[in-house]
Design a protein around this ligand. Structure first.
Ligand SMILES: [Zn+2]
Ligand SMILES: [Zn+2]
Length: 325
């Protein structure tokens, strides 16, 4: 099973301002010098192969997560990262797409009008959703005013499939179950399983319900996972002042993973105002928390044959091989 993070920003896409680019270049050059790297070519090689740190920047596309296993792909959300999915798919001749929608906020839909397979012959796009008004909210973009084209002018065929919370459905060989997240207007997580592996994408979620008891019916979807893709928009201090904004922080995902035996957590839905150095600091905060927090249910890890979860800071373009986490 392979997971590709095509877009990892929340709320709105971002571009990198010059001052941030200059700060990244300065720290990378200093690091390269300390490693004895003195030529531009060697610097470029070290940047490419990760010796200067990975990522150097996190990217700016909004949420789109691909899960692929057994020859089947599904895409969770159609943020601006979905545009890149379409461009590559056209080159590779892919004709059928399955999308799981978490909710209707714009940062999770804005990639669709720029998804080039929409304008190609013989393409079929299946949009799986929970919100009953999803077809109306998706189509409203294509009314000739919000976007130059109308829905009936699209070349591809688009089918909507409404599913019920907690009811399992199949996409090819993949088993998918939607569950509830804490988010204004409602958002849904998806657990995807195949070949003995499991991944949950849990954005946008505030995780106001943190104990096993409070998670209730939703607890089981986090247990024994290989990978949790987790909403980590804010640092811990910001989270305190943003109650009910619908997003979370890396340390909460870390604690959940420790307690429930989740093998790896990838932090995504980054704040669009957060420069790379702030995201690096948030990741360090999570690593420090992991090193000092004693899990409430340590027996979970004995059964797992490991000491704790692997923490991963997500960035645009990161590919994770779930079988090897
Ligand atoms: Zn969002
Ligand atoms: Zn949202």
């Amino acid at each position: 099973m392979q997971v590709t993070l095509w877009g990892t920003r929340g709320s709105i896409p971002r571009s990198m301002p010059d001052n941030e680019l200059i700060a990244i270049l300065q720290s990378s050059v200093n690091r390269a010098k300390s490693m004895g790297i003195l030529s531009l070519d060697d610097f470029a090689d070290a940047a490419r192969d990760g010796r200067l740190g990975r990522p150097l920047s996190y990217g700016g596309a909004t949420m789109c997560t691909e899960i692929a296993s057994g020859g089947q792909q599904v895409y969770v959300d159609m943020g601006s990262g979905f545009r890149d999915v379409g461009t590559l798919a056209l080159q590779q001749g892919q004709k059928e797409f399955h999308v799981l929608l978490t909710h209707m906020h714009w940062d999770h839909l804005i990639g669709l009008p720029f998804f080039l397979p929409l304008y190609s012959e013989g393409v079929k796009i299946h949009i799986h959703h929970i919100h009953k008004n999803a077809p109306e909210f998706v189509k409203i973009k294509f009314n000739g005013i919000n976007f130059p084209l109308k829905w009936d002018q699209l070349t591809a065929s688009v089918e909507f499939h409404q599913h019920k919370i907690y009811e399992k459905f199949k996409i090819g060989p993949l088993a998918v179950v939607p569950f509830t997240l804490d988010h204004p207007g409602g958002s849904f997580g998806y657990r995807v399983e195949h070949g003995g592996h499991s991944v949950v994408v849990a954005v946008d979620g505030e995780f106001k319900r943190r104990t096993r008891k409070a998670l209730g019916k939703d607890l089981v979807f986090f247990q024994g996972l290989d990978l949790l893709v987790f909403d980590s928009q804010y640092d811990r201090l910001e989270l305190d002042s943003r109650f009910d904004w619908g997003h979370c922080t890396p340390t909460v995902g870390t604690e959940l993973a420790q307690r429930e035996g989740i093998r790896a957590v990838a932090f995504v839905h980054h704040d669009p105002w957060a420069p790379a150095h702030k995201l690096n600091a948030m990741f360090q905060e999570a690593l420090d928390f992991l090193a000092t927090n004693t899990p409430e249910h340590a027996e979970v890890w004995k059964a797992r044959g490991a000491t704790g979860p692997k923490l991963i800071m997500g960035y645009d373009g990161l590919v994770l091989n779930v079988d090897k986490l």
